[in-house]
Design a protein around this ligand. Structure first.
Ligand code: CP3
Length: 355
């Protein structure tokens, strides 16, 4: 494998010295880019982009080609590939988000769910990872990812996106054994899926616990964090002679940072509701931090974006251990010029915080 030309993302996750703060954006390949919309039209739909390694590679590279400041690439795929591989029949209704043909409602439904084999059942994702690694040719590291068991379970039980997770939470309180069985199957699947991505060439992995923050403090520990801890303990942590850092991102998990920092990962993703300087004090030297600009700041003019970047960098302060990112995914309405101004500001304004 070619040596990495830019490894500041991996170095910052391990709190090793860097020249400037590394940056990438959640959902950096997506609808705000006209070139992405063109590729999607050519492929037909979103899932065809994900399932064809050449298309997945093409759209992964688009933000990197447009923005030379990006310090990492992220596999183009979706967290819902796992429920699809379990037989739920994922599809996207235009403008309505993800949907499933089959919903999981009872213990019997959960008992019947197969545990997918990443090579056999999700081989298209493994192929996308190795194709992208080849195309990157050492430019920047490649991030692999999966959803957390809790977040995946909400989609599987609700049958799609949800505002209040009514069915999943009813199961949590009425039938916790059933939900635990589902979460356990998902934790096994996520572990082997992420290990498959690492073996195929992913150089860091992120677990998206997008809806963990909807739980009570007690339920978060038992139904989300416990399963992420289990996954982390089963991951391959070194490959090709380098550490493979693990990032845990619980959106709205700011109240629980101390316990998330104890789960065994290298870094925590932060949404914009917490102050990154206080978060740094709370987690100490245990983990690096990734985040945390409110993605809506990108609607504002470039000078305002730059000021907000400066504020977050100053709040984190001197030294390594910070990967700049948005606090959640970039939205389709953002002007690509504003995303460029954001990325440039991170590198320009952060040099002063590193020796
Ligand atoms: O970050 C990246 O650039 C990598 C690609 C990526 C996608 N989805 C592509 C995508 C990643 C990391 C995800 C993760 C994902 N998918 C999450 C966790 C992250 C988060 O945002 O909290 C979740 C909850 C999903 C499930 C999902 N996929 C939803 C709810 C939707 C519809 C929402 C929307 O924006 O329409 C998707 C579709 C999806 N996944 C798109 C993209 C680029 C939009 C599809 C399109 O082109 O229309």
């Amino acid at each position: 494998m070619t040596a990495l030309k830019n490894d500041r993302f991996l170095r910052a996750l391990l709190k090793q010295p860097v020249d400037v703060t590394p940056v990438w954006m959640m959902r950096q390949a997506g609808r705000y880019l006209p070139e992405y919309r063109a590729s999607r039209a050519k492929a037909g739909d979103f899932m065809s982009l994900c399932m064809n390694p050449a298309f997945a590679c093409e759209v992964t590279m688009q933000p990197l080609d447009r923005y030379p400041q990006l310090d990492a690439a992220i596999l183009f795929s979706d967290i819902l590939t796992i429920p699809d591989a379990m037989g739920q029949g994922l599809y996207f209704e235009s403008g309505e988000g993800p949907r499933f043909k089959k919903v999981v409602s009872t213990l019997a439904d959960i008992e019947a769910l197969p545990i997918p084999d990443p090579q056999k059942d999700l081989g298209y994702v493994m192929d996308a990872v190795s194709t992208i690694r080849r195309e990157l040719n050492g430019r920047v590291p490649l991030i692999g990812f999966a959803g957390s068991p809790w977040t995946l379970a909400t989609y599987m039980v609700e049958g799609g996106s949800s505002k209040d997770y009514r069915k999943t939470k009813t199961m949590l309180y009425d039938n916790p054994q059933a939900l635990h069985l589902l979460l356990d199957k998902l934790a096994q699947t996520v572990t082997s899926y992420l290990n498959g991505q690492i073996m195929a060439g992913a150089q860091a992995v992120q677990i998206f616990d997008s809806w963990g923050g909807s739980l009570s403090a007690a339920a978060y520990q038992e139904f989300s964090l416990a399963y992420m801890r289990k996954i982390v303990s089963g991951l391959i942590r070194e490959h090709e002679g380098r550490k493979v850092p693990v990032i845990l991102f619980t959106k709205n998990g700011g109240l629980w940072l101390e316990s998330i920092a104890d789960a065994g990962a290298d870094a925590l993703g932060l949404d914009w509701t917490c102050d990154i300087g206080s978060a740094r004090e709370r987690v100490g030297s245990k983990v690096a931090l990734q985040g945390n600009m409110d993605p809506t700041v990108l609607y504002a003019k470039p000078e305002a974006i730059r000021a907000e970047v400066g504020r977050i960098l100053a709040s984190y302060g001197k030294g390594s251990g910070h990967v700049f990112n948005l606090g959640h995914g970039i939205t389709p309405e953002v002007d690509p010029e504003h995303a460029g101004a954001f990325l440039r500001a991170v590198h320009e304004l952060s040099a002063q915080y590193h020796e």
